[in-house]
Ligand binder design. Structure first.
Ligand SMILES: [Zn+2]
Ligand SMILES: [Zn+2]
Length: 248
């Protein structure tokens, strides 16, 4: 007897709606060697606790590597971002703790907690110039298709655009990514921590809901808002420049 497909039913947003122009041609955010490495993250390297802890401590990756991680997983898994949802559900849980209410030194605690280590992939010396090993050609090809992430991002835009940092895009919005929130705390600007805490909590539970939707009992329960929150979580952790630049 064939086992049931563990993945949620294909959601309509995975297909670009008819009549929508394909948009500008985009380059992959990563080079070949980086695509190989990131595809290994999705294929099991994330199960290694030391790797996972490094990614928690660095709030994921730098903007380009984090965007590339989404692109590679979307390419390989046809738009199902399970590994990214697991990783970012854990990281956003850490974010909730970072901004937790405290009766004493709340602001100083938040400032210290929002600091992070450097991107682990940059620390490995991974750059877009690196050529993949010859035997990795199939893995590079599997991780290089951009249509799935483009479709996902354009069909959840109305949801993730609510999370865009007003300092990253210069819009004047009061939303902040982690990097700019930490900076405002550091330089002593007035910061409404309760508002940021509420936003981070919503991001955290939405990303966790998307992660949970891959489980059999909650199969298919994820919403476009939850999936858009995964892009929101990546933007919150790393900043929005690369995502906004890539998606246009
Ligand atoms: Zn990096
Ligand atoms: Zn920002």
């Amino acid at each position: 007897m064939a086992l049931p497909d563990w993945r949620p039913p294909r959601m309509s947003h995975l297909a670009v709606p008819p009549g929508v122009p394909p948009g500008p041609a985009r380059h992959h955010p990563l080079g070949e060697l980086e695509i190989t490495y990131v595809s290994e993250l999705g294929a099991g390297r994330l199960d290694d606790l030391a790797t996972r802890v490094r990614l928690w401590k660095s709030w994921g990756m730098c903007q380009r590597h984090a965007l590339g991680f989404l692109a590679v997983e979307a390419s390989i898994e046809d738009g199902w971002l399970f590994q990214a949802a697991v990783l970012y559900a854990e990281i956003m849980e850490r974010a909730e703790h970072a901004l937790a209410r405290h009766w004493f030194l709340e602001r100083a605690r938040a400032e210290a907690n929002l600091e992070g280590d450097a991107c682990p992939l940059c620390a490995l010396g991974l750059t877009a110039d690196g050529a993949a090993p010859r035997d990795a050609a199939r893995r590079v090809a599997a991780g290089s298709r951009l249509e799935a992430l483009q479709a996902l991002a354009s069909n959840t835009r109305v949801h993730w655009s609510a999370w865009v940092c007003g300092s990253c895009d210069g819009s004047g919005s009061s939303v902040r990514c982690r990097v700019h929130l930490a900076e405002e705390l550091r330089v002593g600007l007035p910061v409404d921590l309760a508002t940021h805490r509420a936003r981070v909590s919503e991001l955290a539970w939405r990303v966790d809901a998307y992660r949970a939707s891959f489980g059999w009992s909650q199969r298919g329960s994820g919403t476009l808002a939850d999936e858009g929150a995964l892009i929101g979580a990546v933007g919150w952790c790393s900043g929005w420049g690369a995502i906004l630049g890539w998606l246009g």
